[in-house]
Design a protein around this ligand. Structure first.
Ligand code: 5GP
Length: 152
């Protein structure tokens, strides 16, 4: 290998936690699904209403994703973000996406974070603690209701 060769990329692991959520092997508080994407609540929210949107097509991160899958993902991010903003009467949104451990990624299936924000309220720590499942269920219901009301 020469010094200018790219570092070998880790392969996609089909048993990562989000792949298992997609297959229905482990539960998630789902808020939106279409043929190409799924959205559900983050179990360790950095703010009330923290939602994740993932493509159904396997991809480790942004760099190995198929462009058509990325286009579908971003369309769902916009739709879910509008509903999240309405459901939580948020002043704004923080939307982010990490790639590889050095970039802060901990689950290796591409995902986009959507966190509703309030003026002057800081983001909580990444993976700071598990939320009460009953509260996550309530929050998911609020977002689904906003989508059904046409807020997406
Ligand atoms: P990353 O650092 O990879 O961008 O973030 C992964 C996110 O997934 C974290 O915010 C973490 O709280 C969330 N997460 C980790 N495990 C689970 C899980 O089993 N279910 C759900 N819904 N979220 C998870």
């Amino acid at each position: 290998m020469t010094t200018d060769s790219p570092a070998p990329r880790a392969p996609y692991d089909p048993d990562n936690i989000f792949a298992r959520i997609l297959r229905g092997e482990i539960p998630a508080h789902r808020v939106y699904e279409d043929e190409a994407t799924l959205a559900f609540m983050d179990v360790m929210p950095q703010g009330e209403g923290h939602t994740l949107v993932i493509p159904k097509a396997p991809a480790r991160g942004l760099l190995d994703a198929d462009p058509a899958s990325l286009a579908a993902l971003m369309a769902s991010v916009q739709r879910v973000a509008r509903a999240v903003k309405a459901a939580f009467a948020a002043d704004g949104l923080t939307i982010f996406q990490y790639n590889e451990p050095a970039g802060g990624q901990t689950v290796f299936h591409l995902h986009v974070h959507i966190v509703p924000r309030r003026d002057g309220v800081p983001l909580k720590r990444h993976e700071g603690g598990m939320a009460d499942p009953a509260l996550l269920a309530q929050h998911a219901a609020r977002i689904r209701a906003a989508l059904e009301a046409g807020e997406g």
